[in-house]
Design a protein around this ligand. Structure first.
Ligand SMILES: Cc1cc2nc3c(=O)[nH]c(=O)nc-3n(C[C@H](O)[C@H](O)[C@H](O)COP(=O)(O)OP(=O)(O)OC[C@H]3O[C@@H](n4cnc5c(N)ncnc54)[C@H](O)[C@@H]3O)c2cc1C
Length: 395
């Protein structure tokens, strides 16, 4: 699906002219002569249905990109009617409620959806949940065929103790909140601490980090939900730390997203890779370019503070900071009296093990963190003064 929505693989919309050269240089490297010329996936030939006496009625469950592209393919056939059902009162699934509001180019896919919706034979039944408002049997009885395109709407819980403590929430919730998902208008995202931690370092993690670190006035021009914009205007978050359990060569975010983030003049992007960045360890050209790019970014030290000349960001400063922290995985979150101070990180998590396996016995109640230990990396050290890491997002 990612390949169908414009943006992720291209220059992100939030780029600036100043770093456009980065994209050109990287694209030139990636489109060299030895690039495979064969298509990666075979596109099947369109099979025309034979002449039918009755109209073929097809139900599509879900109104996200998969459903709409399926409807589009069906409506190219003669004599087909498509009814698209969605449990929500608005269509487009995660293209509306997932894609970040400042990814303006990607969100333009809605224009393509509008063209599909205007095709003869297309119809919506919104606000209808299959399995609750209508049964699968009823749907099958009234249609010749049913296509299920219900997506993956729930998150994968992080199975470590304490993730249900106040201040810890999933990226699914945060993203749905800032995108105005009807199920999440009442969701409370605590923004009353200076540091937020995001567990996981894929593109969704970068989306959430960027939204938290962006000047709200810049977001005001986007489709961000008004309640989220109001909350972000009062946010105390100055620094967002994005945790990756393995090294930079395993970072899950894509290079265009990284370049787009680094291009943001209003955000101070830092890298903290305790074991360094070994460009020669890259298994392929994409990864090598990503490592080279990461290696060229300013560094942050073990306390999260900038080690480069720019100290205009982070707690106590006007510019917000994002720190990409590698070789760090949380194994529990704190309980009161330090609520919302998030966990211990075990550096050097061996490849192939899960992030959730503690490397030492877990006491039932941990004291509040005081300093880093030899074996573990105390998250509390990243806290500034009396302001511990205030919220954790699991992406
Ligand atoms: C935070 C985030 C950012 C993303 N950013 C990008 C990006 O920049 N570029 C990109 O290419 N991709 C991006 N993606 C991925 C992209 O949004 C998804 O791959 C895509 O939306 C999946 O399409 P889908 O139709 O399979 O599912 P969905 O978009 O999830 O749609 C499924 C629909 O089914 C409905 N549904 C579920 N159950 C029922 C039921 N029982 N009855 C009726 N309706 C039901 C849901 O309400 C929903 O509308 C992002 C995803 C997330 C989460």
């Amino acid at each position: 699906m990612r390949g169908r929505l414009p943006g992720r693989g291209d220059r992100p919309a939030h780029r600036t002219r100043a770093r456009a050269g980065d994209f050109l240089r990287i694209n030139a490297e990636l489109t060299g002569d030895d690039r495979p010329s064969r298509p990666q996936a075979r596109v099947p030939t369109l099979v025309r249905l034979g002449p039918t006496r009755t109209t073929l009625r097809v139900a599509v469950v879900g109104a996200g990109p998969a459903a709409l592209f399926a409807a589009d393919a069906l409506l190219r056939q003669d004599g087909v009617q498509v009814t698209v059902f969605d449990r929500l009162p608005v269509p487009h699934g995660l293209a509306r409620h997932g894609v970040a509001p400042d990814h303006v180019d990607t969100r333009r896919v809605a224009e393509l959806f509008t063209a599909i919706e205007n095709e003869p034979g297309f119809d919506y039944r919104l606000g209808v949940e299959v399995g609750r408002d209508i049964t699968v049997a009823e749907l099958a009885a009234h249609h010749h065929a049913v296509i299920y395109a219900t997506g993956a709407g729930t998150d994968k819980p992080l199975p470590i103790p304490g993730t249900k403590l106040p201040g810890s929430m999933s990226a699914t919730e945060v993203v749905a909140w800032y995108n105005g998902h009807p199920d999440h208008t009442a969701t409370h995202v605590p923004l009353d601490s200076e540091r937020a931690v995001i567990v996981g370092n894929g593109n969704v993690a970068l989306d959430v980090a960027r939204i938290l670190a962006t000047d709200p006035e810049r977001l005001a021009a986007t489709s961000i939900a008004p309640h989220a914009l109001a909350a972000l205007r009062g946010s105390r978050v100055r620094e967002v730390v994005v945790l990756g359990r393995r090294g930079p060569q395993h970072a899950a975010f894509t290079l265009p997203e990284l370049v787009g983030l680094a291009a943001r003049e209003d955000i101070d992007l830092r890298v903290h890779a305790p074991e360094g960045i070994d460009v020669s360890a890259a298994p392929d050209r994409q990864t090598r370019l990503k490592l080279e790019y990461l290696a060229a970014l300013p560094a942050a030290n073990d306390s999260g503070a900038a080690t480069g000349p720019d100290d205009s960001a982070g707690p106590g400063h006007s510019r917000r900071r994002i720190v990409l922290r590698f070789q760090a995985s949380p194994w529990r979150s704190w309980e009161p009296p330090a609520p919302r101070a998030y966990g211990l990180c075990a550096p050097n998590c061996p490849l192939g093990t899960t992030t959730t396996t503690p490397r030492r016995p877990r006491p039932s109640r941990l004291p509040a963190p005081r300093s880093s230990s030899r074996r573990g990396w105390s998250w509390g050290r990243l806290a500034t003064g009396d302001s511990p890491s205030g919220r954790a997002v699991r992406s």
